[in-house]
Ligand binder design. Sequence first.
Ligand SMILES: [Fe+2]
Length: 393
Amino acid sequence: MAINIVSDEFPLKVFHATPRATVGWGAYQMAGVEAKRIGIEHALLVTTGLKGTGIIDEIKGVLNHAGVEVTIFDKVTSNPKDYEVHDAYKVYKEAKCDGFVSVGGGSAHDCAKAVRIVETKGGQSIRDFNGVNDFEVPVNIPHLAITTTCGTGSETTYACVITDTDKKFKMLIFEPSAYATRALVDPALMRSLPPKLTAFTGIDALVHCLEAYTSRLNVVTSWAIGLYGIEIISKNLRDAFANGNNAKAREAMAWAQYCGGHAINSGAACVVHSIAHSLGGLLDGPHGLCNSIALVPSQRFNYIASPEKFANVARAMGVDTTGMTTIQAAERAVDELEKLIKDLEVTETFSELGLQEDNIDQVAEYAFRDFCTMANPRDLNREIIKDLLRQCM
Ligand SMILES: [Fe+2]
């Protein structure tokens, strides 16, 4: 169904660059060559550790084989914290590294981007860069991002999300020069993702595609990439969840997460991410899990604001909408999302993450003030967000 592309709300669009990426089986074996090509002689390898997978030892070996020295910083956690950024910066300086290799999902990539910002700004606190930046002197410290989850897309984006641990607030740091220099996206590294993490990160990718497609920024390239990403995910995420060794599904999900990153990089995320950021900052709720919980209530609220797009989402998810009105088809999209969440056995609630009636005001306040809120297709206020939060409890 054709969508009217005229937009008077955000008439000027900004298309952000994405780094050169190599996608496919065995891409990680290019790590040494790629690191060398972008000028890294001594890498700080930034990671959560990925314990039990053997991935870090393997990539360190590939880098060393190419003559790249490696110092490992493996203290990054989910919802990476401001002090982790500065701890990594200290190791980077002490070891006299000259570039970064981040290995993992969004936490590792975002932490590496943030350390590069700190180094570019001479050691200044990462807390000084919350919001939209546009540095006169760009971030040009080489960074190779190697992705191991099917959700983040962070290897393509110019943003990093870091928790201010004093305010318990997730900062959205946008700096157009902060994207990684090059990226490797390898489904082979995703095979060890357990089913739960496959589900949560896969839903994160779905939310990137969906929110960028339905956002009121109306960036046409994000529509194309986002809508196709939704189709790939609805056809493959269940298979990747049910059988982690399903090569076809793993490869499809590697592409899907890459599509999601491209889509939000210019098209923006919306209220699901506002809520996930707030829960992540205040209660350290895992990003993909928060998205998975918030997805259905928020889209049941949103779909009437953009029925043509949601009808297209239904079709991308395999619904035969013949004979349906546009609004009926749009509602079916939300039903399909709900069915996917059930099939992936997401039964957690925000109450289990620590959300209670006495902290709901603060969670809603942070979510309302989040950058993503202004892109949401349907108007929001604090009371609506509180209602959405209560539905997730
Ligand atoms: Fe996300």
